[in-house]
Design a protein around this ligand. Structure first.
Ligand code: SF4
Length: 371
């Protein structure tokens, strides 16, 4: 008989001998009581039971359609304020022809998915997005098109006077297959206020929009940006809110923690952060994600672009089961001087080196091939 207080795959054995899902308090206690090694060991056991030995990744080609943005998030190095449009050479908007050219590069790279995101650009119409999505699908009808963060979808609906339902219906008809799950940042109100601006929706609205979009049958990823001003309780609260949303209205394909990359960001310039958070935090985040969320969201992704390839290999041995993708042409982390690239051969090697099996997947985590 297990003792009360024993944890098991995101559940807690209570005094009454009932299993109940972890609360924030349970998980905060577990995180402070277990050493990093112990936490990773629990997570590794769960990974092996929930997903086995395969580590997947997508051959992903990123298209960032515009860097003009009506928000000015202190955590972002990518945006150019839309109010200085016409007075700067730093801003851009891709035309349909530009997107067509990028799509051809994705074809040459053997991409299994195209990932499209950009800034909150109030000058772009619903028809603009429809035409760039249609252009991608005209050239590559079989590619999966993962597009737009939840706050971008919300922004487009607001500035164009449509409902979220209307824009998602139109974008899906034009070729969008999934949302990207970005823009979740940290749901905690106070931290969110300091790292974003009011143009970016609240954590509550993010979850509400995600549930609405999932209820329409469109799936996507879930994310969290950590390593800035947040504490462990806020990280765990974020994961638990995503887990509960998934249980109520399934639709998240994966959870991708994104480590904040401070270089060139206003948050670093303001002196609110001193530099990147340490690697043991990356490893604890991945392990906790597996333990707290693995029973609801089985694909726990390790984004090597944000934490580096070496730490990613360790994280795959402590809860991770996916490397996200090759991220060809990525510009958002690139704006913070994280310009590491990778080939599929290198990702395969990283995975084999730790005794796991590499697999190329599409945006829906369906295996396309074993290299
Ligand atoms: S994070 Fe997104 S919404 Fe915020 S400034 Fe950057 S591009 Fe704009």
């Amino acid at each position: 008989m297990e003792a009360p207080g024993t944890y098991r795959a995101g559940y807690w054995l209570s005094e009454a001998n009932n299993l109940r899902p972890f609360s924030v308090k349970d998980a905060v206690e577990m995180n402070s009581e277990l050493s990093l090694y112990e936490l990773m060991d629990v997570a590794a056991g769960l990974t092996s039971r929930q997903v086995g030995d395969v580590v997947s990744y997508a051959v992903s080609y990123n298209i960032n359609y515009s860097n003009y943005c009506a928000a000015s998030c202190p955590i972002c190095a990518f945006y150019v304020p839309v109010k200085i449009k016409g007075r700067t050479s730093a801003g851009y908007e891709l035309s349909v022809e530009d997107v067509g050219r990028e799509t051809e590069k994705a074809r040459e790279a053997g991409a299994t998915e195209i990932h499209i995101v950009g800034g909150f650009n109030p000058g772009l119409s619903v028809e603009y997005y429809e035409s760039i999505f249609a252009e991608v699908k005209r050239r590559l009808p079989d590619i999966t098109l993962k597009a737009l963060t939840i706050p971008e979808i919300d922004f487009i609906a607001r500035v164009t006077g449509n409902s979220i339902r209307e824009v998602v219906d139109r974008f899906r008809a034009a070729g969008m297959d999934a949302h990207t799950g970005g823009g979740a940042e940290i749901f905690d109100k106070e931290v969110r206020r300091q790292i974003t601006t009011p143009e970016k929706i609240s954590g509550e609205k993010w979850l509400e929009d995600a549930a609405l979009i999932h209820g329409m049958g469109m799936k996507g990823n879930s994310t969290m940006t950590y390593g800035h001003l947040e504490n462990w309780e806020q990280i765990i609260d974020h994961m638990i809110r995503l887990r509960d949303s998934q249980i109520r209205t399934p639709g998240f394909l994966s959870f991708i923690p994104l480590k904040f990359s401070p270089e060139n960001t206003p948050l670093l310039k303001m002196g609110k952060v001193k530099g990147p958070s340490p690697a043991d935090k990356d490893l604890r985040v991945i392990a906790l994600a597996r333990i707290i969320m693995g029973m609801a969201i089985q694909n726990i992704s390790v984004y090597w672009v944000s934490i580096g390839k070496g730490v990613s290999q360790i994280a795959l041995n402590g809860g991770g089961s996916d490397l996200v993708g090759t991220a060809f042409s990525e510009k958002i982390f690139g704006a913070t001087n994280r310009k590491e690239g990778s080939t599929t051969e290198e990702l395969d090697h990283l995975i084999r080196e730790i005794g796991r099996i590499p697999a190329v997947r599409d945006s829906f985590y369906r295996i396309v091939r074993y290299p």
